[in-house]
Design a protein. Structure first.
Ligand code: NAD
Length: 482
């Protein structure tokens, strides 16, 4: 066979290029998404995003399904739930199972990205939800894996890749989940490194991520400090911050049901969800009955004022913040440390306090529930407004009085408002609607979904592509009236 030098050169070049591409795709496939430095993680994420941008919507939905299926594998679900409790010392295994399953099943996928169209005499304009690029996500100790699942699905459905900066106290379980998801995605043919993180999460790494020029958007799920930081970053940011959800119970409520709902919500994952019931304002005429019903549902009532004060000192730091070693611990554990032997079915520590008590005003993230007696629903709603501190996060009411329900919703302006149910009804657990673990009150996205991770872009076509009328340009002047 005769072959000229130029053709030979072209063949060699093509072979070398193909080899290079293969090598890159193998590297991407076997990479586990965990990088030594934040710079490497972000660069890998940016390369992955360029590949994802060339995948179709069917591919994206397939990748989302891979995340769901991976997490819903019973072995994985059990392992990440168990490991989280073991590593962080926060929350309760059975409820972590529920939360991780909820995140995998009910976080919306690409169907969330609806296109808006306007057609008329001037043509057709469409508006679409488009990717930002690389998203930097900061996750809390209280929902470490749930947030990875929920933000991961949201980002990828939106066509983005995502770099996680987990809380150092949830490092191992987060790294494990990132690795599992990367392997599963690569095995399903996705570009490698859609979801990445760093081997040693730290405040320095979080800062490096926030400043990295290739990170186009930030999402922080955590306390007020980190939300403030991302909002001062100069980048587009979603801030999902703290809450202190109040519950109002008025004289028209179904009291036994209200009591059960409140105990169920307050004890869920040992009270760490930002949406969980943190204090109750009960109208005096039903207050005793409510407390009695809550006791029947696993509430352990403390009545001794000195004992309540000892509980404050046991669980609270000098600066008023909750002591980390008690965050997300069970009621029985906390009572044990107080020297109180409680029945084995104890779920919540109850006490009556005044409205200015520390347990009312502070987000403790423990199953400790102060009940404040007030004269009527209006006073309860006013107290709830003060206790919520303007977070505009979550609030609950138990009532059959439409006026009271409406007044409270209008006054508190919370992102989530639950009527006659446990708090978790508001994130789709036993309630209508999709799930999220990033509730963005401060920046207004509300219950985040893939849309929240997207840029809105418009594409306008001048003339044509509308079919309701006949254009003179195509059909000439209208026929004369006969
Ligand atoms: P946290 O604020 O201590 O930490 C959250 C994340 O921010 C962690 O990854 C942490 O490492 C990082 N971080 C904190 N300070 C930082 C700093 N100075 N520099 C760099 N990174 C920093 O919160 P947490 O204890 O992990 O989580 C509990 C808090 O999060 C509660 O206040 C809860 O209400 C809130 N939360 C809100 C939502 C929501 O959707 N709104 C969801 C879950 C938790």
């Amino acid at each position: 066979m005769n072959i000229d030098v130029e053709s030979l050169q072209r063949l060699v070049e093509r072979a070398v290029n193909e080899l290079g591409e293969k090598k890159e795709s193998v590297q991407a496939a076997v990479g586990d998404g965990v990088f030594a430095t934040m710079d490497e993680a972000v660069k890998a994420s940016a390369a992955a995003q360029r590949r994802l941008a060339c995948c179709g919507m069917v591919d994206r939905e397939h990748f989302v399904q891979v995340i769901r299926d991976t997490v819903l594998d019973p072995k994985v679900l059990e392992e990440i739930s168990w490991d989280t409790v073991e590593e962080t010392g926060i929350g309760c295994y059975e409820h972590k199972l529920v939360k991780n399953r909820l995140a995998a099943e009910k976080t919306p996928g690409t169907e969330d990205l609806t296109t808006w169209a306007s057609s008329g005499d001037d043509g057709l304009t469409i508006t679409e939800y488009c990717p930002f690029g690389v998203i930097g996500a900061i996750t809390p100790t209280t929902n470490p894996t749930e947030t990875v699942i929920c933000n991961g699905i949201g980002a990828i459905a939106g066509g983005n890749t995502i770099v996680f900066s987990p809380h150092p106290r949830a490092k191992n379980v987060t790294l494990k989940l990132v690795r599992l998801l990367n392997h599963a995605l690569a095995a399903a043919g996705a570009p490698g490194n859609l979801i990445v993180t760093v081997a040693e999460p730290s405040i320095e790494n979080t800062n490096a991520m926030m400043k990295h020029p290739e990170v186009r958007m930030l999402v922080a799920t955590g306390g007020p400090g980190i939300v403030k930081m991302v909002l001062s970053s100069g980048k587009k940011a979603i801030g999902a911050g703290a809450g202190n959800p109040p519950v109002v119970v008025d004289e028209t409520a179904n009291i036994p049901k209200a009591a059960k709902d409140i105990i169920d919500g307050c004890s869920f994952d040992n009270n760490v969800p930002c949406i969980a019931e943190k204090e109750v304002f009960a109208v005096a005429s039903i207050c005793d009955r409510l407390i009695a019903c809550m006791q029947e549902c696993g509430g352990y009532l403390l009545t001794d004022l000195e004992e309540i004060q000892r509980l404050v000192e046991l669980t609270t730091k000098d600066n008023g913040a909750p002591k980390v070693e008690f965050v997300g611990k069970s009621a029985k554990y906390i009572l044990g440390k107080l020297g109180v032997e409680a029945p084995s079915d104890t779920r919540v520590i109850l006490m009556e306090t005044d409205r200015n008590h520390h347990f009312v005003t502070e987000e403790m993230l423990m199953p400790i529930l102060p009940v404040v007696r007030v004269k009527n629903a209006d006073e309860a709603i006013q107290c709830a407004l003060v206790a919520e501190h303007g977070n505009r996060h979550t609030a609950m009411i138990h009532s059959t009085n439409v006026v009271n329900m409406t007044k409270m919703a209008q006054l508190l302006e919370t992102t989530i408002f639950v009527k006659n149910g446990p708090s978790y009804t508001g994130i789709g657990a036993g309630g209508q609607g999709y799930a999220t673990f990033t509730i963005a009150g401060p920046t207004g996205e509300g219950l985040t979904s893939p849309k929240s991770f997207c840029r809105v872009r418009r594409c306008a076509m001048k003339e044509g592509f509308h079919i309701r009328t006949k254009s003179q340009a195509y059909f000439g002047n209208p026929p004369a009236v006969s």
